[in-house]
Design a protein around this ligand. Structure first.
Ligand code: NAP
Length: 181
């Protein structure tokens, strides 16, 4: 009898999805320090039909719930509200809501989409890092946590040339936790 037939709980991965410059910068003044249309399409394909967990500041930089995904916004502000989002008062509450949403959708992963504050709190428990390495060194005030090479193993790398609506070239890179299957 398989684990599914036996009723074992289904594994739902936590994936961190981020665009990170070569100097670790992910944001500036509450927004992105670059324009990368091709990466937005990649972000859409990675997150589609999944629950997405984000910090309140990242939600406000996006400005709205994104179609086809559940936007779970973490904030300590009990009065925070916006159309078509789920508000969570803690990261733990966000993860519980995300897991329920993933089970309902039949999704195999929860996408954590930032920003710095939320990445820092989820890096230790994440299963996968789905990164866009942006080939630039912009100034910024939001950084991605250091990737400890002893903890993470790169399993995929695809270079992408600068498209007509991109500021620069970039590379898609996926990491899994060392020791994971
Ligand atoms: N390049 C990328 O891939 C990428 C992705 C995402 C974001 N960004 C950039 O990153 C920047 C935003 O990052 P950020 O670190 O400033 O903000 P953030 O992580 O998006 O949001 C931080 C907020 O989340 C809430 N929060 C965090 N931890 C919490 C917890 N444990 N319990 C309850 N609430 C919690 C708090 O909201 P309250 O203050 O409301 O309590 C906190 O102020 C922007 O520049 C954005 O453009 C870049």
């Amino acid at each position: 009898m398989s684990a599914i037939e036996a009723g074992a709980p289904r594994k739902i991965d936590i994936i961190l999805v981020a665009a990170v410059a070569e100097n670790g910068v992910i944001g500036r003044d509450g927004g992105l320090p670059w324009r990368l249309k091709s990466d937005l399409q990649y972000f859409k394909s990675v997150t589609m039909n999944k629950p997405m967990i984000m910090g309140r500041r990242t939600f406000q930089s996006i400005g709205r719930a994104l179609k086809g995904r559940t936007s779970i916004v973490v904030t300590r502000d009990a009065d925070f509200a916006a159309p078509d989002i789920v508000v969570a008062p803690s990261l733990e509450a966000a993860l519980i809501a995300a897991r329920g949403d993933a089970l309902r959708r039949g999704a195999d992963a929860i996408a954590v989409i930032g920003g710095t504050d939320i990445f820092a709190q989820t890096m230790a428990t994440a299963d996968r890092l789905v990164l866009t390495i942006v080939h630039a060194h912009p100034q910024g005030d939001a950084l991605f946590p250091d990737i400890d090479q002893a903890q993470w193993r790169e399993i995929d790398r695809r270079a992408h040339p600068k498209g007509p609506e991109d500021d620069c070239a970039f590379t898609f890179a996926t990491y899994i936790r060392r020791g994971a299957a």
